[in-house]
Design a protein around this ligand. Structure first.
Ligand SMILES: NC(=O)c1ccc[n+]([C@@H]2O[C@H](COP(=O)([O-])OP(=O)(O)OC[C@H]3O[C@@H](n4cnc5c(N)ncnc54)[C@H](OP(=O)(O)O)[C@@H]3O)[C@@H](O)[C@H]2O)c1
Length: 402
């Protein structure tokens, strides 16, 4: 990870928020709107939620608002007419938004759709606050090469990676023995496979500690989220897979830990509120105040820990195997998972079909080396095609009352 020279504390920082209408995006907007003079807004982007995007653009006096879905363009244009705010639409326009001169870019689009815009910000050498983990999973080595080549700064926003970042000794990486990613265990932590086989969309997105977008909530329920985070941690911190452990910690108070060779273990703690890691990245290297509830350890009283159950949650094993296999395997894993999660959210397949479809897609495709972005796109497209075929076959034989 490339760390830039410190900016003057408190100096204005022009920001762009990719995915401003989502869970991470709206929480970023919340923080930015508390100090508009320090954080002037260049661009905001969404997929198709023109109503919220237009409101945010007006409230924050953004210069540009972009929807990825061209069918939302007319509505956005109408909502922002007379404001002087530029309006654009399409996937290329989202990437162009990231090319505009903002000092700090929040990458909070969900899924591989975030790859090109995130890369566009990286190639400008911007400070990139990085929530969109699928991007690093699908193109980890290439992304990290681009970060180095362009002198960009990647600041993790995932609470676990932000925690590690805050206690990780970048000067002496050989003193680090292992990373320990904590996991809440998700809504099905105590459920058996029979329960999971019949689980509904509503049950899967009801996360016990975090309020998040639908896709990451389902990923938490399958624990694929932790698998994606493991791959993300590997690329961000350069620690091999076998030295990254996962620890189930249902209270989500300890956000992750770093164990050093002398046996010391450093951790970052806080209440489960994404505004804390977002604020860490927004103010970095300075700390900025947030309205997040303060941690009261007396009130929390009991913190518990368990090993993840590989039998009930095979997604973690799949992610580890994909990282070990290397090349396009993580790309295939993430793309197949995206397609399968969407099918589950659309009630076309059952909950346990998600992991099966990911595993079948990983088995069906070769794990070729990823030499360039074209190879990433090809592996991603192949995985989506195979996964879609499996979903169609599943849907034809199964879905009744979901
Ligand atoms: N939520 C959390 O607490 C959390 C924590 C850690 C990491 N993350 C990661 O952060 C990322 C965002 O998660 P989220 O929970 O904020 O997701 P979310 O609530 O679903 O929001 C996704 C955002 O991306 C936009 N978007 C969706 N598809 C797009 C496309 N094809 N092109 C351009 N923009 C698109 C959405 O626009 P519309 O609103 O118009 O659909 C929305 O602004 C994910 O990678 C997730 O894993 C999230």
């Amino acid at each position: 990870m490339v760390v830039k020279a410190e900016a003057a504390p408190g100096a204005p920082r022009i920001v762009t928020i990719l995915g401003s209408t989502g869970s991470v995006g709206t929480q970023t907007v919340d923080l930015v709107s508390r100090d508009p003079e320090r954080f002037p807004v260049e661009a905001l982007t969404a997929n198709r939620n023109a109503t919220l995007l237009a409101k945010q653009a007006r409230d924050l006096n953004a210069r540009l608002a972009v929807v990825a879905d061209p069918s939302a363009y007319a509505e956005l244009k109408d909502l922002l007419s007379g404001t002087g705010i530029e309006v654009a639409a399409g996937a290329a326009a989202v990437a162009h938004a990231a090319e505009r001169p903002a000092d700090w870019v929040m990458s909070a689009i969900v899924g591989a759709a975030g790859l090109e815009p995130t890369l566009a910000a990286v190639r400008r050498g911007a400070i990139v606050a990085f929530a969109n983990k699928e991007t690093l999973v699908c193109a980890g080595s290439l992304m990290m090469e681009e970060v180095k080549a362009h002198g960009a700064t990647l600041l993790p926003v995932d609470s676990e990676h932000s925690a590690i970042y805050q206690v990780f000794d970048f000067e002496r990486t050989d003193s680090i023995a292992r990373l320990i990613l904590t996991a809440s265990g998700g809504p099905f932590r105590t459920k058996d496979r029979t329960f999971m086989a019949a689980a509904t969309r509503e049950q899967a997105v009801a996360h016990p500690t975090w309020d998040m977008g639908a896709k990451i909530s389902v990923d938490s329920a399958t624990m694929m989220n932790k698998g994606l985070e493991l791959i993300e941690a590997h690329f961000l911190f350069g620690i091999p897979e076998e030295r990254i452990d996962v620890l189930v910690h249902p209270q989500s108070v300890i956000h992750s830990l770093v164990e050093y060779v002398d046996g010391s273990v450093l951790a970052q703690l806080g209440t489960p509120d994404m505004r804390t890691p977002i604020a860490y990245a927004l103010g970095w290297p300075a700390r900025i105040a947030t309205p997040a509830e303060r941690l009261d350890l007396v009130k929390a009283a009991t913190l518990t820990f368990e090993a993840p159950d590989p039998v009930r949650f095979p997604a973690l094993r799949l992610a580890r195997a994909a990282l070990q296999s290397g090349g396009g395997a993580p790309t295939i894993l993430s793309a197949a998972n995206e397609v399968a999660v969407q099918a589950f959210l659309d009630r076309r397949i059952g909950f346990l079909d998600i992991e099966r479809i990911v595993e079948e897609t990983l088995t069906a495709l070769p794990h070729r080396p990823l030499r360039d972005l074209a190879a990433v796109r090809e592996a991603d497209a192949d995985a989506r095609r195979i996964a879609a075929g499996r979903i169609q076959a599943t849907g034809a034989t199964a879905v009744g009352s979901r």
